[in-house]
Design a protein around this ligand. Structure first.
Ligand code: ADP
Length: 493
C-alpha cells in the first residue's frame, strides 16, 4: 500500500515539489496507463495525461469533478454500489472481474477499459487509485478472432488448461447437436465417445506436455459423440494457444462422414465389380469351351465334305474362340490379384527373378536376348504375384523388341522404405502420350498381327504393385527403348 500524506500534493501544478516528488509526479503524469485518484465521495483528486487523453478532456477539466462523469449512464447505479463496497473493505483488486467495463468519453462515446483499483491510506482517509487501460485494440482483435472462428466451416472448440470449453462456433453446435450455452464451461469430454472418455484427460495432458500444432490421433479413426448419443467420424487438428493462464487448445473438428460414406461406397462397388469380373470370366469359360470343342470336332469330322471357304470360316471361328478364352483367362487373373492374393512376406526377389528367367528360357533363346541383372534384394511381397509382375515386364521387354536383339537390364535401388526396381530394354519404345493408357486393362498400342497380346499384362502389374502399397511407372521414347520402374517395401521395414 502506498503511504501518501496528502494526495493533492501530487497534482500536476504543485509549486513546491522536491526533486523526488517531481520524478514521482512525472512517472504518474507520463505513464502509458490512465491513472485517477478518487476519494470516498467519488470526487476526482488527481488524473494523469493518459486519463485525460483517453476520455477526451483537457487538463483540469476532471480534477474536482465526480468520477461518475467517466461512467456510462446505464452503469451509474452499479458503480455507486461498487464504490461503497470498495471503501467498506479497501483492498487491491480488479474492477468488475469477468464483466466488460466501459468508460464514457467527453464526446459521449464509450471505450472498453480494464480497471485496477488500489486503496491509498492518507491522513485524510482512504482514497482509491485507479489504473485505467484502453482495451479497444484488444477487443477488436478478439472480435476479429471470434468472427474468423465463427465463420470457419470446421467445428472450432477452444479448451482451457482444465479441459473446459471456453469458445465454440456455430459449426460445433451443428456437428454435435448442442446449443452453445450447453457447451461453454463444460468439460470437452462430453463430446468424446464413452469408451475413450476416461482416457481423454491423459490425451490432453500429453498434448500440454508437448504443445505443437498437429492432427489428433494420427492414423487412428476418431469419433465425436453427439447430444443424441450417436457418433460421427471426425478429423481433429490441435493448435496450442499460449496465454497467461496456461496453454489453451484450439481444436478444429471436421465431420468426415461424407468422405467415409463415399469411401465405403467405392469399396463396395469395387468389390462388386471384382466379383462380377470373376463370376463372369469364370462362368463364360464353360460355354466357350463347348463352342471351341464342337467347332474343332466339326472341322475334323467334316473337313473333306466342306469346301475351302467353309473350312476357313471354321478356322476363323476357332481362333476367335481361342482368343476369347485367352481374354477371359487374363481377366480372371486380373480379378484374382485382389481376391486370391497371398499374405505379404519376406521374399527374396533374386530367387523369384531367376525362376522367371528360367520360365522365359525359350523366348530368350528364340529372340537371342541378353539379360543383365543386379543381385536383387529381399523385400516384403506376395512371391507368386512378384513372379507374375516380373514375368509380364520381362515378357514385354522381349516381345516389344525392335530390329536388334533385345538387351534387358534389371536393377534395384533403395529409396527410403522402398526398393525401386527398374527393367530397361532397347525395344520399340512408347510415346509419352500413352504412358497412362498402357496401364489400363485391354489397352494396347498395336494390332494383334504386329505383337500378340490381350492388353491385360500391365493392368495386372499395376494392380499387384498397388496391392503392395507401391507405385509403377514408365520412362521411354519411341525408338529408344523403355524402362519400367516399380517400388515395393524393402525388407528391413
Ligand atoms: P500386351 O502386352 O498384352 O499388349 P500390356 O498390358 O502388357 O499388354 O501392354 C500394353 C501395351 O503397352 C502394349 O500393347 C504395348 O503397346 C505397350 N508396352 C508394354 N511394354 C512395352 C515395352 N517394353 N516396350 C514398348 N511398349 C510396351
Amino acid at each position: 500500500m502506498v503511504e501518501v500524506r496528502d494526495p493533492r500534493r501530487y497534482s500536476v501544478t504543485s509549486p513546491n515539489a522536491s526533486v523526488q516528488e517531481r520524478l514521482f509526479r512525472s512517472l504518474v503524469e507520463y505513464a502509458p496507463t490512465g491513472v485517477a485518484m478518487v476519494d470516498r465521495f467519488g470526487t476526482i483528486v488527481l488524473v494523469n495525461r493518459e486519463t485525460e487523453r483517453l476520455f477526451g478532456y483537457t487538463p483540469d477539466e476532471l480534477v474536482g469533478q465526480s468520477i461518475d462523469m467517466l461512467v456510462p449512464r446505464r452503469l451509474l447505479g452499479s458503480h455507486a454500489g461498487f464504490r461503497a463496497q470498495f471503501f467498506e473493505s479497501p483492498q487491491r483488486r480488479e474492477m468488475g472481474a469477468g464483466r466488460d467495463l466501459f468508460g464514457l468519453r467527453k464526446d459521449g462515446t464509450e471505450i472498453p477499459v480494464e480497471i485496477g483499483l488500489n486503496p491509498v491510506e492518507t491522513d485524510e482517509g482512504v482514497f482509491v487509485l485507479a489504473s485505467i487501460v484502453d482495451i479497444t485494440a484488444r477487443k477488436q482483435a478478439e472480435a476479429r478472432f471470434r468472427i474468423a472462428v465463427e465463420a470457419s466451416p470446421h467445428g472450432m472448440v477452444m479448451v482451457d488448461p482444465q479441459g473446459r470449453m471456453m469458445l465454440v462456433n456455430r459449426e460445433t453446435e451443428r456437428l454435435f447437436g448442442y446449443e452453445r450455452s450447453e457447451l461453454l464451461g463444460q468439460p470437452v469430454e462430453m463430446l468424446v465417445p464413452h469408451q475413450v472418455r476416461a482416457h481423454h484427460p491423459d490425451v490432453r495432458a500429453a498434448f500440454a506436455a508437448d504443445p505443437r500444432s498437429r492432427p489428433m490421433g494420427a492414423g487412428r479413426d476418431l469419433y465425436g459423440r453427439r447430444k443424441d448419443g450417436s457418433e460421427i467420424p471426425v478429423e481433429i487438428g490441435l493448435n496450442p494457444i499460449e496465454t497467461t493462464d496456461g496453454i489453451f487448445v484450439l481444436a478444429s473438428v471436421v465431420d468426415i462422414s461424407p468422405r467415409k460414406r463415399a469411401e465405403e461406397a467405392l469399396r463396395r462397388s469395387n468389390e462388386e465389380l471384382e466379383r462380377f469380373a470373376y463370376v463372369a470370366s469364370h462362368d463364360l469359360q464353360e460355354p466357350l469351351r463347348t463352342v471351341t470343342s464342337y467347332m474343332q470336332l466339326l472341322s475334323r469330322r467334316y473337313r473333306d465334305r466342306l469346301d475351302g471357304d467353309a473350312s476357313e470360316f471354321i478356322d476363323f471361328a476357332v481362333s476367335g474362340a481361342k482368343r476369347m478364352q485367352r481374354l477371359i483367362q487374363d481377366l480372371l487373373t486380373f480379378s484374382r490379384v485382389s481376391t486370391r492374393g497371398e499374405a505379404l512376406q519376406l521374399t527374396d526377389a533374386d530367387i523369384v527373378l531367376q525362376g522367371v528367367i528360367a520360365n522365359l528360357k525359350a523366348a530368350i533363346a528364340e529372340s537371342n536376348a541378353s539379360i543383365a541383372c543386379d543381385r536383387l534384394p529381399q523385400i516384403i511381397a506376395d512371391p507368386v504375384q512378384l513372379e507374375q509382375l516380373l514375368m509380364n515386364l520381362l515378357g514385354n521387354a522381349l516381345k516389344f523388341r525392335g530390329t536388334e536383339a533385345p538387351q534387358v537390364h534389371i536393377t534395384a535401388t533403395r529409396t527410403g522404405r522402398f526398393q525401386r526396381f527398374s527393367i530397361g530394354d532397347n525395344g520399340i519404345g512408347i510415346d509419352p502420350q500413352f504412358f497412362d493408357r498402357i496401364f489400363v486393362i485391354f489397352q494396347r498400342l498395336h494390332g494383334r498381327d504386329d505383337y500378340p497380346g490381350t492388353g491385360v499384362g500391365l493392368a495386372i502389374c499395376k494392380k499387384i504393385v498397388e496391392r503392395h502399397g507401391g507405385r509403377i511407372w514408365v520412362e521411354s521414347k519411341p525408338g529408344s527403348g523403355s524402362t519400367f520402374h516399380f517400388t515395393l517395401v524393402a525388407a528391413s521395414e
